[in-house]
Design a protein around this ligand. Sequence first.
Ligand code: M6R
Length: 353
Amino acid sequence: EKSGYDHYMLKEIHEQPSALRQCLRGRIDDLEGTVTLEDLDGLAHDGPVQFVACGTSYHAALVGAERLRRTGIPAQVFLASEYATDRVPVGADTLVVGVTQSGETADTLRALREAARAGATTLAVTNTVGSSAARECDHALYIRAGPEIGVAATKTFASQQLALDLLAAALGDGSDRAALKALRDIPGQVQTILETSDARAVAEAFVDADGYFFIGRGYHYPVALEGALKMKEITYRHAEGFAAGELKHGPLALVTENTPVFAVVTGDDEAARKTIGNVKEVEARDAPVVAITDGESDVTRYADHVLEIPAIDELSASVLANVQLQLVAYWVANQLGRSIDKPRNLAKSVTVE
Ligand code: M6R
């Protein structure tokens, strides 16, 4: 069943290229430069969008909301468990998108029900046909990642991000052919990473670290959060993800020569240069630096280790960088002999609030 892999998690990490191809299948019209999402019949929306989600799906929603904002659609993200408490204003002009792999997460279902009661249109972005979220929402967008057995979400995170890219293209002006082509390139780029990654060696170098920090800006901030969540979940070690600029506002006090800092830096723009500034700050505290980068900037000069991702369009950066971090977490947990597919205290789908 595990097709020769020691764990479902590693198998599912390796299934990402085919999962992503499934997500794209039949949805992009190259000639027209348009995206058609069969499951979204009749959804024409130009009002605000709110995302509700938990855990890894929340991180995918952060990426998705940024995509929507770049196409001019106002989008906000809420932790599903905080949505009702926050008294978020929601009305008939709002589209509320629940991102949920299982479609059964109690917090997310509750938030979607509150939104529906307030008159919003609801959309489930899910992996599970026939799930509660898919049945209860007005619309469903299937991510088509195939069954995910490992408790740690891996391929579904990648597929959620791609599905949300498609949603952004469908709701916004979907006629940017270059952007659509970039989406088509993602599965092959993930394959390249899987074949060439040095993540195992990096994991082995830092298996005895006191803790792990992850930093990124913009699209890379959710990647940093997700990198840390995966590390905590399967290694039981302390890990935190930060917006790179926040490091100096407190967390820097935790940084030592025994806390590797994973910095996600792509391109060579202002955001990259600022993150490199943050990398220099941790380097000055003797922290080992692992750069996850396309090599466009000079971050490699300050890094002790480099995990490469192909030169990319920024749309794909979050998916690709995350694959390297999935592998690092996996190999640290593997070295520690953890119960990778069923980490202690956790369930695949959390059906209590
Ligand atoms: O099924 P969902 O996507 O709604 O699940 C949400 C979270 O429970 C889930 O993503 C969790 O954080 C993962 N196990 C993390 O790997």
